[in-house]
Design a protein. Structure first.
Lengths: 210, 181
């Protein structure tokens, strides 16, 4: 097995571009070439373990969604990160890797569940954490931290208990840091004490300020 | 005999006979044979298991017969985080338990949702089932659970069991109502 350096991969696959990274080697890969690149990674370069499949929501930026993959070589003990931009901001789609790495199956289901990225060619793309009828993708940036009120998965239980999936605002509670810093900038809604589960949210706060 | 008295026994007067109230004897039987349904959903279930083990020994209080079938249990111990997806299951299992039945919410998550202020977590199991005893702690120590179960025994001891039995027999049953229709 050849020794891989950053240069050897970019020389071999001209569609790759190096990606800034503070830890492991990272590349940007166009989604059209992802599958052929991953086949080569597994069969020719010894990256025999797919550790993680996730995605990033860049909010207002374009492209909005970026799929992220972490590969590991158990022989050489090195990691490789591959980032793939989704062309469509509204219906993000990526090719599925489930037939190359069986580990991708549930990871892609989770990423679909949380961020709504559709993996084309996935054998069974259903939600894995939330229930099938759940209408939102909770890790998207436009999904409020407190959640959105909706119906319980079982209609008969909802009818007999009158329970709903309710928003649970942080209300500046014990798990919200009081110190100003990056987290409070990223999630100002966590500090919002103007509404609770009992008293309604003020109308002017219902739409996002963006 | 008075409302408060559990039993009256005087060997000179009654001989071999013990006089009691129906409520007192029914409750006495019930509270010393609680069959818990271990609804273990998260780390609280580990402490629940410890309570069943030899060091803490829940059988000292007559509750060691844990039954995973709701039809054989009468006290559901909700030990852990109840997600909205799991809430349906918790409610269905509760509905399958025969009356009389009790619910113990063990730990912060089952009582209030705990630290999971989240779109995915039910904010307290009392939104879908009536809870008799809440146990604080994250997770509670086995002693705290035992204390809660003793409190539940006290609560069972104060119930008007005979009245509840008569009332439930008077209540029209749904299947009986359908026959005439």
């Amino acid at each position: 097995m050849e020794t891989i350096t950053e240069e050897s991969l970019t020389a071999k696959f001209d569609y790759l571009t190096p990606r800034p990274s503070s830890d492991h080697t990272a590349y940007n890969c166009p989604s059209a070439h992802l599958r052929e690149f991953v086949w080569a990674l597994r069969d020719e370069h010894g990256y025999d373990l797919l550790l993680d499949v996730t995605a990033i929501d860049w909010d207002a930026a374009t492209p909005r969604f970026t799929g992220v993959y972490h590969f590991y070589s158990t022989a050489r003990h090195v990691y490789l990160r591959v980032a793939v931009d989704c062309a469509d901001n509204v219906n993000p789609t990526l090719p599925s890797l489930a037939d190359i790495y069986p580990a991708a199956n549930w990871h892609e289901r989770e990423t679909y569940d949380m961020l709504g990225i559709v993996y084309a060619g996935h054998p069974d793309l259903r939600r894995i954490l939330m229930w099938d009828a759940y209408p939102y993708f909770p890790l998207r940036k436009d999904f409020p931290l407190a959640g959105i009120q909706t119906e319980l998965p079982a209609a008969d239980v909802a009818e007999s208990t009158k329970a709903k999936v309710k928003s649970a605002p942080m209300m500046g509670g014990p798990f919200v840091s009081k110190r100003p810093g990056p987290m409070s900038e990223a999630e100002p809604r966590a500090l919002d004490e103007s509404w609770t589960e009992q008293s309604e949210k003020p109308a002017e706060n219902t739409s996002r300020a963006d | 005999m008075s409302e408060r008295t559990e039993i009256a026994y005087d060997s000179k007067v009654e001989g071999e006979v013990i006089v009691t109230r129906a409520d007192a004897v029914i409750n006495w039987i019930r509270k010393h044979s609680v069959w818990p349904m271990p609804m273990g959903l998260a780390c609280c279930a580990i402490e629940l298991m410890a309570a069943g083990g030899s060091r803490f020994d829940i059988s000292r209080f007559g509750m060691e017969v844990m039954r995973f079938s709701p039809r054989q249990a009468d006290c559901m111990i909700v030990a852990g985080t109840v997600t909205y997806k799991m809430a349906e299951v918790v409610r269905r299992i509760y509905e399958q338990m025969a009356e009389p039945r009790w619910v113990v919410a063990m730990g912060a998550c089952a009582s209030t949702g705990g630290m999971y202020r989240s779109y995915a977590v039910l904010q307290g199991v009392d939104r879908i089932v009536p809870v008799d005893v809440y146990v604080s702690g994250c997770p509670p120590r086995p002693e705290a659970l035992l204390d809660a179960m003793i409190k539940l025994q006290d609560k069972i001891g104060r119930e008007s069991s005979v009245k509840t039995l008569i009332d439930s027999n008077r209540r029209p049953r749904p299947e009986a109502a359908l026959v005439g229709a």
